[in-house]
Write a protein that binds this ligand. Sequence first.
Ligand SMILES: Nc1ncnc2c1ncn2[C@@H]1O[C@H](COP(=O)(O)OP(=O)(O)OP(=O)(O)O)[C@@H](O)[C@H]1O
Ligand SMILES: [Mg+2]
Length: 341
Amino acid sequence: MIELQHLSKRYGGGRKAQPVHALDDLCLSVPAGCLYGLLGPNGAGKTTALRILCTLLAPDGGSVQVAGIDALAQPRAVRRLLGYVAQEVALDKILTGRELLQLQGDLYHLRPADRDGRIDELTALLAMNDWIDRRCGTYSGGMRRRLDLAAGLLHRPKVLVLDEPTVGLDIESRSAIWQVLRQLRDQGTTVLLSSHYLEEVDALADRLAILEAGRVIAEGPPQQLKAALGGDRVTLRVREFSDAEEAEQVRRLLEDCQGVSRVVVNRAQGFSLNLVVDDDGVVERLRRQLAEARLPVFALSQSRPSLDDVYLQATGRTLMDAELSVAGLRDAKAERKQAMR
Ligand SMILES: Nc1ncnc2c1ncn2[C@@H]1O[C@H](COP(=O)(O)OP(=O)(O)OP(=O)(O)O)[C@@H](O)[C@H]1O
Ligand SMILES: [Mg+2]
């Protein structure tokens, strides 16, 4: 239903600024009737890819097809098939939710009777009865997100594209939104959404792609991606290493340990070690080996592979660490700005 082929997109790159390669040969295929998740840290290119798909942004290279229609050649035809719920939507504060949906219906040239019937349907589906006639300015985050979703669904799109539909919502609102998305998928709608919540996408999406620096680094059904990683995951924290060389020595030591099939040094957060182990006895052997090397373990956890392990395997860091490093950059920039003032 959706075919993105070799998409590239650069932002900026004037005389002084370095261009940002937001998408770098990105390829993605979403089958019809699939609930598809797009994961990736801040700045990975999720919003850029979704905006290009929805014809809101032109790529520098590559092709976009929706239901076999070339989106770059026939953007209007593609827009009729798509519903798009953006990452940040500025709602008019004065209008009520119902008035806003009516306006949206008019933009899609729905007949007033159809439009109002559809608004009633969506109000029931998304449990908006109690507040749909209140002004949007009074809505909570979860209410706003549901109204955004209703606006995206108003013209019964074949393909629904949502940029972080559940961000910042409480668990109850998140699961309500996922329930609606699954219901739509069951009725034949193709749903593509981006998210930062690994567990949510793991549990609820049919397939997913993990993006990193504008490329797809892992793709498939969540179970398959995790199963491909094999044995259990062990995360070990020992005292901080004095340098990368010492960490590398310990990595080699552990890798030689019987039953350990792979060791990744996780450089963020004071060098933890992520291991893949093949049998249960291995944990005790590891403790002994590390104690002999005078590196006592002060935290250890063991679990089945998760999507974060899929990410770690592909990039050498966990998704959470990737997000922290972006947040760190942002904080540093903000501090610099503050200092300049
Ligand atoms: N209008 C713009 N001008 C310049 N750079 C941009 C612009 N929009 C996005 N970028 C850059 O492109 C890269 C990808 O951004 P994008 O918004 O697609 O990421 P994302 O995966 O949606 O991130 P997030 O999870 O934070 O929403 C980032 O490095 C970002 O700074
Ligand atoms: Mg985004």
